[in-house]
Design a protein around this ligand. Structure first.
Ligand SMILES: Nc1nc2c(c(=O)[nH]1)N[C@H]1C(S)=C(S)[C@@H](COP(=O)(O)O)O[C@H]1N2
Ligand SMILES: [Mo]
Length: 370
């Protein structure tokens, strides 16, 4: 009995945050894998209840600025040509700003685990091209955006107002008709698990997670910019005070890298050690990753060991020999093909929510003799 309960405890699990059963993070060790397994993939829901959708009666509506409004069964969708590739995405709330950790109301043990980078993941997805579905309906030239409607709805999670709102967001027509914008029905070879959008979700490669609508019920082609609650009242970054435009919507993921080996709290033995991690940059390519082991004073190139596959993260390694036992601050810094590099500090200090944080993160490690 004792052994069994120990095994049960040792089994890795997603980490609940204090968001009331709505957000769960990938445990740090699972971020060491390339593919994050389905049962450890992060979950970010706006309501606790996961929609329970019956595939037999499921219909996907496609309407608005189209020649022929249509309604597709799950089988009809699956008959379209299949696409399969890896996509990495993160929630804009991933990687909370270190200065905000102390202010958090979360219990320290939970905070210790989520102050990392677990509100993200990489998986292999299969589905159909959204463009193929749109083509069945025939998009009119008046189309400006395509809006996606989820099955989930309720009061706003933070202020309770609006009292009733559906999870809906839109993307520009150009991104909607890109061949790799997917309607996914498979995740890592399994049918989409219910928390991740069963039976069908949108996947917008290169963009922050909030755009990839789960439990997809409707695709509405619009001749104007969508003004919905989750488009205009959420997932907007506050611009520097005094800017002409006060808020800008989050879209593509910013250039970013994380250290996955060692995990926080792991003791690194003296001698040679391979520091490893991931890097990604929205729709762009990562061209360089640098490492500092002295808190950011000096930098050395890491090796990009595996380039992105589809729209996945890149993997990198750095052979490190600490000068001796002691405490060190490791930092990783990635650069993309546009020459954009991670900032040394959280770039939007005036926006106290800390979303879209792609700063160079301090990664404290202890080195000890074996
Ligand atoms: N219908 C619906 N889609 C949704 C959400 C949601 O609450 N409802 N959350 C969004 C957010 S904020 C993120 S970060 C991703 C998370 O996807 P995952 O839970 O599969 O990791 O889904 C997005 N799609
Ligand atoms: Mo998110």
């Amino acid at each position: 009995m004792v052994i069994q309960s120990r095994i049960a405890k040792a089994k890795p699990q997603i980490i609940p945050t204090n968001a009331g059963g709505r957000t769960f993070a990938v445990p740090p060790k699972a971020l060491q894998n390339n593919i994050v397994p389905n049962d450890l993939f992060y979950i970010r829901n706006h309501w606790k209840e996961v929609p329970d959708i019956d595939v037999a009666s499921y219909r996907l509506a496609v309407d608005g600025e189209v020649e022929r409004p249509i309604s597709l069964t799950f089988d009809e969708i699956k008959q379209l040509p299949q696409k399969r590739f890896q996509v990495t995405f993160e929630c804009c709330g991933n990687s909370p700003v270190p200065e905000y950790w102390a202010k958090s109301t979360r219990t320290s043990s939970v905070m210790e685990q989520i102050k990392g980078h677990g509100i993200m993941g990489n998986a292999e997805w299969a589905g159909v091209s959204l463009a193929d579905v749109l083509e069945l309906a025939g998009v009119k030239s008046s189309a400006v955006e395509v809006m996606f409607e989820g099955a989930d709805h309720g009061p706003d999670e933070i202020v309770g107002d609006p009292a009733e709102v559906t999870y809906e967001r839109a993307i520009p027509i150009a991104k909607a008709t890109h061949a790799d914008t997917l309607l996914a029905y498979e995740m890592n070879g399994d049918p989409l698990p219910p928390p991740h959008g069963f039976p069908l979700r949108l996947l917008v490669p290169g963009w922050y997670g909030m755009t990839s609508i789960k439990w997809l019920m409707g695709i509405h082609v619009l001749d104007h910019e969508f003004q919905g609650f989750y488009q205009k009242e959420r997932y907007m970054t506050m611009n520097e005070p005094g800017s002409e435009i006060a808020y800008t919507a989050y879209t593509t993921m910013k250039i970013k890298s994380i250290i996955t080996n060692p995990v926080p709290g792991e003791i690194v033995p003296t001698g040679d050690y391979v520091v490893a991690g991931k890097a990604w940059s929205g729709e762009d390519d990562v061209v360089k990753v640098e490492i500092s082991s002295d808190g950011g004073d000096t930098w050395d190139d890491a090796q990009i060991t595996v380039k992105k596959s589809g729209y996945s993260w890149y993997r990198w390694e750095y052979n490190w020999t600490a000068p001796g036992p002691g405490s060190y601050i490791l930092k990783s810094r990635a650069t993309n093909d546009k020459g954009e590099t991670q900032p040394m500090e959280f770039p939007n200090k005036w926006d106290g929510r800390g979303y879209g944080n792609n700063m160079v993160f301090p990664h404290p490690v202890e080195v000890k003799d074996r």
